[in-house]
Write a new protein. Structure first.
Length: 595
């Protein structure tokens, strides 16, 4: 037995070799046989798991495949096609772009799937047909006239216009700025891309398309010619005349040069201007000329801020001024006639919305007996102030707005308190009552009151310690809008009262939370009034204080001496005050008083 052992080992090794080689060969031969059986007679049949545009067409014969592709033709025609550029994207559909399925080419391609290749690998391709789909190409036809017409229309959506050469100031000198090419759809470049579109198994098929260059219509040399012409005339300046104002002014080269541009007009490159900059220059040069609108521009209608009627004013200059001055430059004439334009009297709704003029944030009314001269003065002051708007951060001064009170402005002589504490007649007397009314509207509206002065004598029709006097040029009343919204002042009056309303977006609320008095000098009363303001968004509070100094009676000074009215010659020492201050005024937006 031992003698046979080597032979048995050798036999075993040879059997293993035969098995190692024979089994794979046998398996391969079995695959060849299976492949041959499966593919027998399928020359016009689509191989297993082949798809077109996401649709399984495996196993279909040629006629069935043609019918299936007929359904895909409708899909191609109705699918949205996006032409994606580096800028905008244009959208169309297969019908508008002349797309249809190239049935014969597609059938040929589908039938070739999983066929051909190295014959020895055929069994492995057969096994692979069970493991996944093979996507066949969907070949398209493009009707060129239809596609070209649509692409010409779509070009308007994606076209990037060329930038023409321009003029600009660099380091104080007028220089040429090179133009830049634009881009547009070129049908010759896009048509081949349409033929190879894929992805019709989705609702939208996107394809990146190039924009073919579109050169500027004019050259840098054209702009240089204009630059030289402009510099020649700018050296002399341009004389502008406004016949309506009977005024004339030379606009220097230094003033005009920063705004000179090259513009396309009537198909040619001409000198022109950057219009906003030129408008600002002309408004500055001719500031104050013309006529203001005849009426304030805002009013209250049905409880809301609204534009008010009124005739327009006149101001410089009409938009045609730019072309008139440019023509003076380009022709070398150096003179231009300018026209005025209307100054609108009406602020539009966008202006109201932009400033947030939504509702009342403060209101106060004071009363008076009808109808002495001081009432006329109060009413005239209200008419001059109403409609004023404080933008965020702006201050409102009565004296800056109304100016000196004169008979030419409609004011009359009426009693006022002079510097000695005596009542005397002067033009505009009584307008302090309007100042007090505005003061209190601002007090409760939470606005800043930057400048004020109380009367030297307490007057019973005003809130005790919470009022303001007025004269020209001082004392003045200055109110500041510290909120992020605009504030509209609306002043109205009757024969017996004046009311001031503040309109804005609620942001802060003011209220009187304290008041105390002390003796000043020998006989005067010093009143301190405390205001607490609450931020409506956060509830945070802050306080500020207001002060008034009252003498006990007319002409009495705080040291007890008396300065008599003009014409009187005696000076006496006043007795100690015997009248008590009235009760503290409660926080309110309206007060009534009797003279």
């Amino acid at each position: 037995m031992d003698a046979l052992t080597p032979y048995l080992a050798l036999l075993r090794e040879r059997l293993l070799v035969v098995a190692a080689v024979g089994i794979p060969v046998l398996l391969y031969l079995l695959l060849v046989a299976a492949t041959a059986v499966d593919h027998a007679g399928d020359g016009d049949t689509v191989r297993r798991n082949v798809t077109v545009a996401g649709r399984d067409v495996g196993g279909l014969d040629r006629d069935s495949l043609r019918a299936a592709l007929g359904g895909l033709d409708e899909v191609v025609r109705t699918t949205t096609i996006e032409l994606v550029t580096k800028g905008p994207t244009a959208r169309s559909d297969g019908t508008a772009l002349g797309l249809s399925v190239d049935t014969d080419r597609t059938i040929t391609g589908v039938l070739r799937e999983r066929r051909g290749g190295f014959l020895l690998f055929a069994p492995f391709r057969w096994v692979g047909s069970f493991l996944g789909d093979r996507e066949a190409s969907l070949h398209l036809l493009v009707d060129e006239p239809t596609a070209t017409a649509t692409l010409t229309t779509l070009d308007e959506q994606v076209r990037v216009a060329p930038v023409e050469p321009d003029l600009a100031v660099r380091s104080g000198k007028l220089t040429v700025v090179e133009g830049r090419p634009g881009g547009g759809l070129d049908p010759a470049a896009v048509l081949p891309l349409l033929e190879t579109l894929e992805g019709f198994d989705d609702d939208v098929v996107a394809v990146e398309v190039p924009l073919s260059p579109i050169p500027p219509n004019f050259t840098a040399g054209d702009a240089e010619r204009l630059r030289q012409i402009a510099e020649t005339t700018l050296g002399r300046g341009v004389t502008v005349t406004i016949a309506e104002l009977r005024t004339q002014r030379v606009l220097t080269g230094d003033e005009l040069r920063p705004h000179v541009r090259a513009v396309v007009r009537d198909g040619e490159l001409h000198l022109g201007f950057e219009q906003p900059g030129l408008d600002q220059l002309l408004e500055t040069v001719f500031a104050g000329l013309g006529a203001p609108p005849s009426a304030r521009s805002l009013t209250i209608v049905d409880g809301k801020v609204a534009p008010a009627s009124g005739s327009a004013g006149r101001m410089c200059c009409d938009p045609s001024s730019g072309s008139a001055i440019a023509d003076a430059l380009e022709t070398g004439r150096g003179t231009a006639d300018l026209l005025m334009k209307d100054r609108p009297a009406v602020a539009d709704q966008a202006y109201i919305d932009r400033l947030g003029l939504k509702e009342k944030i403060g209101e106060f009314t004071t009363e008076f007996p009808c109808c002495p001269a001081r009432v006329t003065n109060i009413q005239r002051m209200a008419d001059l102030v109403t409609g004023s708007v404080l933008k965020p951060g702006e201050s409102f001064s009565i004296n800056d707005t109304v100016g000196r009170r004169t008979t030419e402005k409609g004011f009359l002589p009426a009693p006022m308190i002079d510097g000695s504490g005596n009542f005397v007649d002067d033009v505009g007397g009584g307008v302090s009552q309007f100042a007090t009314t505005l003061f209190n509207a601002a007090f409760f509206g939470g606005l800043e009151i930057d400048e004020y002065m109380a009367h030297g004598l307490y007057i019973s029709r005003y809130p005790y310690g919470r009022e303001a006097t007025l004269s020209f040029p001082g004392p003045d009343l200055v109110v500041r809008n510290q909120t992020p919204y605009g504030v509209l002042i609306v002043a109205t009056h009757t024969d017996t009262s004046v009311t001031v309303q503040l309109w804005s977006t609620p942001w802060v609320r003011g209220e009187q939370t304290g008041q105390f008095t002390s003796t000043y000098g020998a006989v005067c009363t010093y009143v301190t009034t405390v205001r607490t303001r609450t931020a409506l968004a956060t509830g945070a509070t802050s306080t500020d204080r207001f002060y008034a100094l009252y003498a006990p009676s007319e002409g009495v000074q705080c040291d007890g001496t008396i300065i008599p009215k003009p014409g009187a010659t005696t000076t006496t020492v006043a007795p100690p005050p015997t009248t008590a201050a009235p009760p503290t005024t409660a926080a309110s937006t309206t007060t009534s008083s009797t003279p």
